[in-house]
Ligand binder design. Structure first.
Ligand SMILES: [Zn+2]
Length: 114
């Protein structure tokens, strides 16, 4: 049993006390959390990771959508006259890249959640 300082009122309190007798600050919980703090950092990392992965998913879906739209509309002669045969490939390539990013991202999400 050791005496620690109450983080709230700075009085000496037993570290086994559930709460500070002076101000009622919950000592046991505050003290128990300190040694190995698995809490905030991990949660934040996971949250940031999943946010980034969601953003990538959005970009991938956008690429697929635009690629498909270009594929469906992009065959007309106007475009081929402009950009030659290469122009008609933009849509499928975009959709394919989007699909690739999407699949890789899904695998990464699965990996992180293991
Ligand atoms: Zn106190």
């Amino acid at each position: 049993m050791a005496l620690i300082k109450c983080p709230e009122c700075r009085k000496s309190v037993s570290d086994r006390a559930a709460a500070c007798p002076e101000c009622g600050y919950p000592i046991t919980i505050a003290h128990a959390k300190k040694p190995d703090a698995p809490g905030l950092d991990d949660v934040q990392t996971v949250e940031q990771t999943s946010k980034r992965l969601k953003l990538i998913t959005l970009v991938a879906m956008f690429l697929m959508l635009v690629g498909l739209l270009i594929t469906m509309q992009g065959c007309p002669s106007a475009m081929e006259a402009d950009a030659g045969i290469e122009g008609s490939r933009v849509g499928p390539v975009m959709a394919f890249i989007g699909l690739l990013i999407y699949i890789v991202n899904k695998i990464r999400i699965w990996w992180y959640h293991k």
